[in-house]
Design a protein around this ligand. Structure first.
Ligand code: ADQ
Length: 471
């Protein structure tokens, strides 16, 4: 069997054609993002990616994607229910997002989560060469670092949490809190999106395990685990290349035309998820319409909400509520041929998304809680001409970097209305200055910079660098 000096372990493989039975659309935009950043770093030394290929039953052998090898992990229908839809997405996901939706604690999910984590750890142990670096991703696989250390103490193990890591008040609710924390602490480096998460982690390590911990290190079992913030980013060059493509430019013009050449286009692009604040946003927008601050003829709102985790009941209920509300708003304020909200519940290609970003005047990104939020960064990267306004939730990780956005507390519907109006009415010079500052930041902080920063921190002895040129 072929072994690699770098192994990535994530719930999903970075494939295009791996639609899950539940239509899952995760952060692993396929095959871009992390996979292409790794290609750029590791072209001479092929990495292996361990993950679920989508679907149930025995996973097929898969061809390499460029220089990246794929090692599929198979899941049964029961695994999918207990591990993915259950413990990961009905217990951990809501709890880590401020419990904006009540987390479900169903006891039998834990055993499946543990078994599936072991399967991922076994697969990683199999494909990692002696002394390799293994980079484990996200809340689905929190037990893998420790399982892997037990199997292969020779490995350099990294863990990165893409979602928020909650404060003790929330984490303490978890029946299996000690095992989950110990699982992550099997890593040599635990990375988060924000400093606050590393702080929460240190507090929990002290409180639950009696470990000596600072916001940078946790001492456990005679080892020192390093922690830190590594804010993820996007492939800025890819987005810039897309928005300058003539077909994308004309698609953007066509979109504006199809929308009836309004004075202003407001745009939101989200996975259909209760953390994304879609309902609060609709309430704010409908009140602006009701009170006459926004007129359907001048302004249109486009809400793209790609289906997600469709077999999980809370997601089905959310979809029904949102579609009911969009219907109500359009029924009340729309005119023949002029809906107040264009609602698109479908996935888009990268070029189509780029055209949408170009069409918008105001991008509205208002999650109630979000680890980072890549949509906000994609919008900024797409604005080659430096125009456009970004309304951004204070509770998205990206708010710590995109400080020149119109920042808002999405729970405060009046504040949200007021901020939307400010963004719509801002003068061009103000908008251009804000956008220029955000674009400067992004230019120096793309996904490649992120991957390099994480991997060189993981590899503090320089061992991997000699193999791959990471440093
Ligand atoms: P997500 O919660 O999935 O990611 P986000 O960061 O916004 O959220 O990424 C969504 C991705 O999906 C973006 O790249 C976007 O372009 C794409 N997308 C959205 N709608 C789409 C559509 N209709 N068609 C096609 N593509 C679409 C999790 C965390 C985030 C964190 C990321 C990365 O919840 O906080 O930023 O991981 O770490």
């Amino acid at each position: 069997m072929r072994q690699s000096s770098l192994v990535v372990v994530a719930n999903r493989l970075p494939l295009d054609d791996n639609a899950a039975p539940d239509g899952a659309c995760e952060w692993r935009r396929n095959p871009g993002g992390l996979a292409s950043a790794l290609h750029a770093i590791l072209a001479p030394t092929p990495a292996t990616w361990v993950g679920w290929a989508g679907g149930v039953g025995r996973a097929p052998a898969l061809p390499d994607v460029g220089s990246l090898r794929l090692r599929p992990v198979s899941l049964t229908e029961d695994d999918l229910r207990g591990y993915y839809e259950g413990f990961a997405n009905s217990t951990l996901w809501p709890l880590y997002h401020d419990a904006v939706q009540q987390p479900v604690f169903q006891r039998d999910w834990w055993e499946t989560y543990r078994t599936v984590n072991q399967r991922f750890a076994d697969a990683a142990a199999e494909v990692a060469e002696e002394g390799a670096a293994v980079w484990v991703q996200d809340y689905h696989l929190q037990l893998v670092p420790r399982m892997l250390r037990d199997l292969r103490p020779d490995l350099l193990i990294g863990f990165f949490m893409h979602v928020p890591f909650p404060p003790p008040e929330l984490f303490m609710q978890l029946p299996r809190r000690v095992e989950l924390l110990r699982g992550m602490l099997g890593a040599d480096l635990v990375g988060f999106q924000r400093e606050q998460a590393a702080h929460n982690f240190a507090q929990l390590a002290r409180k639950l395990l009696g470990a000596e911990a600072t916001d940078q290190t946790v001492a456990i079992d005679g080892r020192t685990v390093r922690t830190g913030a590594f804010p993820i980013s996007i492939d800025v060059a890819e987005m810039r290349a897309l928005v300058t493509r003539p077909d994308v430019v004309s698609q953007a013009k066509q979109l504006r035309h199809d929308l009836g050449q309004p004075k202003r286009v407001l745009l939101s692009v989200d996975r259909l998820d209760y953390t994304k604040g879609i309902e609060h946003r609709l309430t704010a927008y409908s009140e602006l319409l009701r009170d006459g601050y926004v007129k359907v003829r001048d302004t249109v709102m486009v809400q793209v909400a790609v289906p997600s985790r469709e077999r999980v009941e809370s997601y089905q209920e959310l979809r029904d509520r949102i579609e009911g509300e969009v219907g109500r708003i359009n029924g009340e304020y729309g005119r023949v041929g002029e809906p107040a909200i264009h609602y698109l519940n479908q996935p888009f290609g990268r070029a189509q998304l780029a055209a949408l970003y170009q069409t918008a005047d105001v991008m509205v990104v208002t999650p109630l809680r979000d680890g980072m939020n890549l949509v906000a960064k994609e919008f900024v990267a797409a604005r080659e001409d430096g125009s456009g306004a970004l309304v951004l939730s204070e509770f998205a990780g990206s708010a710590a970097e995109l400080e020149q956005a119109f920042l808002v507390n999405p729970h405060d519907v009046d504040g949200l209305k007021e901020t939307l109006l400010r963004a719509m009415q801002a003068d061009r010079a103000d908008l251009a200055a804000r956008m220029a500052a955000m674009r400067r930041h992004l230019a120096g902080h793309d996904i490649l910079v992120w991957a390099r920063a994480y991997l060189s921190a993981l590899d503090d002895t320089g061992h991997l660098a000699t193999l791959t040129g990471v440093a």
